[in-house]
Unconditional design. Sequence first.
Length: 399
Amino acid sequence: MSSVVSSFRTDAKVIGLVSVAHLISHFFHLVAAPFLYLLKDEFGVGFAALGFAFSTFYIVSGFLQTPAGFLVDRLGGKTVLIGGLILGSVGIALIGLAPSYPLLVLGFMVAGAGNSAFHPADMAILNAKVEPRRLGPAFSVHGVGGSLGWAAAPIFCIAAGAALGWRGALVLAGAIGLATALVLAGQRLLYMEGHAHRPHAEHGNLAGNLKLLTAPAVLLCFAFFTAISVTLVAMQTFSIATMISLYGVQPAMASGILTGYLLGGTAGILVGGYVAMRIPRHGLTTVIGVVAGLIFVLLLATGSLPQALIFVTMTLAGFFLAGVGPSRDIIVREVTPVHARGKVYGFVYSGLDLGAAVAPSIYGWFLDNGQPRLVFLGAALALLACVVIVTRLSGWKDM
């Protein structure tokens, strides 16, 4: 009995520590987004140019995420995770200190390099350190950590921005990330024993790694992550500006609606973890969640919802779209060899960065040209692609 309790406590602590890192990474995703209008005026650029700046974050992250996964498989997750926290924190602080648009872009690029570490390191640590029977709840709590980071960003920006200005708020956000890195650096539980000492052959040669990463199931997972990311960019980064333009809501109200969406996502992940643990048909539950989210996004795109219903609709969209996360992560685990989880998770999750690199400039162009409705319609089209992809995946994993 005592060993069972000890195992549970160890798993809970590992899950908690990794989830805190995930919270910070997602906090960094959105911490600059509420300042879009201020950045536009400060640097004298349009939404498309700011969309490009946001895109560089994800371009760099996408290019580096698979190499970060290879490092995780060789060094273990902790070293890569701490390095990512430090780089991300420095990048966010640089955004706050940037005196010009080119240096603003540089800050996003540095933060993107840090972001590349989180998913391969987090998922490899959880898979290596947590009992398999607890992985459903582990992925759920990990997802909740990220969702809370997203939810915290607009609240933090309102409070810190009012007290310190947008520059001071971003520098403070960077300092919070550095403090988190210092705390996690002292946690021995995050070491993945034996990873740094495995023989070279166990990691596979270049041809073997390429064959692994280009397997049909892995490529479909990558495509799913790319498509869902296109939706997430619309709902998280551009929804405030879109709601202001499409519905005429005030910025503070739009930020509150976004917070509702993100908190709805937190609830969805908790429910999704329970569903993933109880229902083994992960493809089916993913399709149901995506279709439900698609319906609510299409309602938003009508532009005719009463303001009170915007909040409800955004919250329900967040609930269903985030709720598929645990089942989605288990699908990836099921198509991944044990020794290659860092690189596969790194490659698959780089799809998030690809989608997030492409979408911001497009959505910014929509807004610059007075077409805010197309932001939500683009998100809906991406969700339709997700349904098709998961249906195809059932050829390898029964829905």
